[in-house]
Design a protein around this ligand. Structure first.
Ligand SMILES: [Zn+2]
Length: 239
């Protein structure tokens, strides 16, 4: 697997124009996008990475407290951004149907760049998606989020034989949770294994030179999260 994307501009220019500009020509042509105004892409979001994380966590607090603002969720809101998106945050989370992120973070159309798969594992395609979200779209924070009672984590702990391509998902999780093998019935162990998997996937993501450069330029922050379905709270997982 290679993480390198050939950047059409120098590092100095990257600093000058910001994350939205880098790689525009390369990625736009690969993805068939029409990005005619790279400078405006640089101003995708005014938030700093810290402010973007604050907004995510504040939105979750509104959800937990029953004070959601229901913003950016009407057809009119969707139509207003139909030609261009500027998400302020990216989330790599599990495909679990209970991880409804726009609801849990009190966000609407255009706010979150969401990458999902069973077990929130960072394979090459997920990594490429996250790179696109921050490098081209200007997302300022990436949260890798695990959740309460994750079936993928429990299956990885159980180690039973599984059909089809399900094993390829578990193979991505198993190294992260080996200390908790066989403890799939123990709620606390499952939670710890889920957090260990979040940290493991973050460490894979941090090896991306594209994202590492954005982090070094203070254009991006990469954090871990845990979604507790019993309280609704999403808390940070220390990497
Ligand atoms: Zn899950």
């Amino acid at each position: 697997m290679t993480n390198n994307i050939e950047l059409p501009v120098s590092r100095r220019k990257m600093m000058q124009f910001g994350a939205g500009f880098i790689g525009t020509a390369t990625l736009a042509s690969v993805l068939g996008l029409d990005l005619k105004q790279p400078q405006s892409a640089a101003a995708k979001t005014e938030l700093t990475p810290d402010q973007a994380l604050e907004e995510l966590l504040a939105g979750n607090q509104r959800f937990v407290q029953g004070k959601t603002t229901s913003k950016h969720e009407s057809l009119k809101d969707l139509q207003a951004i139909s030609e261009e998106q500027k998400p302020f945050a990216s989330v790599l989370c599990c495909a679990d149907s209970r991880s409804s992120l726009e609801t849990a973070f009190d966000q609407g159309f255009g706010n979150l760049f969401v990458v999902r798969d069973a077990g929130n594992v960072a394979t090459a395609e997920q990594l490429g998606s996250l790179e696109f979200g921050s490098l081209v779209l200007g997302s300022k924070v990436i949260m890798v989020m695990g959740h309460y009672s994750c079936g993928a984590i429990k299956a990885a702990l159980a180690g039973d034989k599984v059909p089809g391509s399900i094993q390829s998902v578990l193979t991505q999780i198993e190294p992260a949770v080996k200390d908790f093998k066989g403890q799939q019935e123990d709620k606390e162990a499952v939670k710890k294994a889920t957090e260990a998997n979040v940290i493991y996937q973050i460490n894979k993501i941090k090896k991306s030179p594209v994202l590492a450069e954005l982090v070094a330029a203070k254009q991006l922050k990469i954090v871990g999260g845990y979604f507790d379905f019993e309280t609704g709270a999403i808390t940070l997982v220390e990497a």
